[in-house]
Design a protein around this ligand. Structure first.
Ligand code: GLN
Length: 205
């Protein structure tokens, strides 16, 4: 295929940063706010922001079931931070009424890092991404508490001073055409994670 059309769920969160990274990776970008826009994209990025707010807006914009359906039907999806929370099958420390989009057989703990620190940065080795570690920026981030055997663990927090109870925690996963990171590669100018996702979109098309 030529340039895949990758949507970014544009209800809330850091949409523009993802759009820029996708463009650098040879994808066309579309802001997704309605079902007609969703139906056109080859893959969807769910940005960082606030998962409870995005969950509510998915209802308001009547996108909850359409996005769930496309995800279940195999559309590639990449969630960063709040996006990882939305793609998870189960959330700990979420709001009881917050919706899940599904797609990843993982349980995440919301605001897991935030109990000690609001944000944390570290170099993290990422399976599937060549050229050395990526700078992982965690902002009130979740971590993956548990993952089913079908889920490939791509990254864990290294055992470094400052990592505290986050050391060893799973922070990037892949299951088929679904990818998620607890951190925000869209904020660093390093587009390797987006490149991996664009490759996944191309492979699925
Ligand atoms: N804490 C946020 C949530 O629960 C996620 C933070 C982020 O996306 N940077 O959705």
């Amino acid at each position: 295929m030529g340039r895949p059309l990758v949507g970014v769920l544009a209800l809330q969160g850091d949409v523009r940063e993802h759009a820029r990274a996708l463009a650098e990776c040879g994808a066309d970008f579309s802001a997704v706010r309605r079902e007609s826009e969703l139906s056109e994209v080859d893959g969807l990025v769910i940005p960082g922001g606030e998962s409870t707010t995005m969950s509510r807006l998915l209802d308001t914009f009547e996108l909850l079931e359409p996005v769930r359906k496309r995800i279940a039907d195999g559309m590639p999806a990449y969630g960063s931070c709040a996006g990882m929370i939305l793609l998870a099958r189960e959330v700990l420390d979420g709001r009881p009424d917050q919706h899940q989009l599904g797609g990843l057989d993982i349980t995440v703990r919301r605001n897991a890092f935030g109990r000690q620190v609001d944000s944390f940065e570290e170099d993290v080795e990422l399976t599937g991404v060549d050229g050395g570690p990526v700078r992982a920026v965690f902002i009130r981030a979740p971590w993956v508490e548990s993952a089913s055997p079908e889920v490939e663990v791509l990254a864990t927090v290294p055992e470094v001073p400052g990592a505290g109870s986050a050391a060893g925690r799973i922070v990037a996963v892949r299951q088929g055409a679904k990818l998620a990171t607890a951190f925000h590669p869209e904020l660093t100018g390093d587009t390797r994670v987006h490149r991996l996702f664009v490759e996944m979109v191309r492979a699925a098309a």
